[in-house]
Write a protein that binds this ligand. Structure first.
Ligand code: GTP
Ligand code: MG
Length: 195
């Protein structure tokens, strides 16, 4: 999709605040600092539209970006940030669970992992959880520009194996710096948001 128009329409913490147009939604989840906002910005051809956070763990709302008045990208606050209190973590968990399990217009989740490392326990838990609810998942291994091309296959196999990625789901190698993988991510989004 060639994107010309994007609008942050809502920062929500509860279902009453979610948009009501009925357009399909794709959510972006992943560890704090993994590159969710950077991926979003590449997809919409902007340098810094989605808030790239200077303070990790500080974004505590679901941010709905209306793309071309057709679909929403939902930027979900990152997990795994050590300095967040237990209470904050529980609040986060409840908000995310409510959104991911009860939102009819949610058509798929893009789950980001750092392509340089083995997925963390939190990454594994998130993927297992999404699979359990049968939510279509695109796993994006990001920051691939930091890995030599010759090591990509080995690295991607490791990610696939560690997360136990199901045959129905897809894994894409991505870099916000080189934009590798952008078209594949868009293809997946379009396939899952056709009305
Ligand atoms: P939170 O909103 O705090 O959860 O973080 P986020 O997941 O939105 O991460 P963000 O996009 O803000 O990126 C975090 C840092 O990683 C920034 O310094 C980015 O420039 C960097 N980064 C993101 N993607 C890539 C990538 O593909 N390659 C490289 N080299 N750096 C990246
Ligand atoms: Mg962000």
């Amino acid at each position: 999709m060639e994107v010309h128009n994007v609008e942050l329409v809502m920062s929500a913490v509860a279902p009453e605040q979610y948009p009501t147009t009925g357009d399909p939604e794709i959510a972006f989840v992943g560890r704090s600092n993994v590159g969710k906002s950077s991926l979003t910005n590449v997809l919409i051809n902007r340098k810094s539209y989605a808030r790239t956070s200077s303070q990790p763990g500080k974004t505590q709302t679901l941010n709905f970006y209306h793309v071309e008045d057709q679909l929403y990208f939902v930027d979900v606050p990152g997990y795994g940030y050590a300095k967040v209190s237990k209470k904050e973590r529980e609040k986060w968990g409840q908000m995310i669970e409510t959104y991911l399990t009860q939102r009819d217009t949610l058509k798929g989740v893009i789950s980001l992992v750092d392509g340089r490392h083995e997925p963390t326990a939190d990454d594994q838990q998130m993927y297992t959880w999404l699979s359990y609810y049968e939510i279509p998942v695109l796993v994006v291994a990001t920051k691939m520009d930091k890995i030599a091309r010759g090591k990509w296959n080995k690295q991607l196999s490791m990610v696939k194996k560690t997360l136990n990625i199901l045959p129905r789901d897809t894994l894409v190698a991505f870099s916000a710096q080189t934009k590798t993988g952008k078209d594949e991510v868009w293809d997946w989004i379009e396939a899952h948001t056709i009305r």
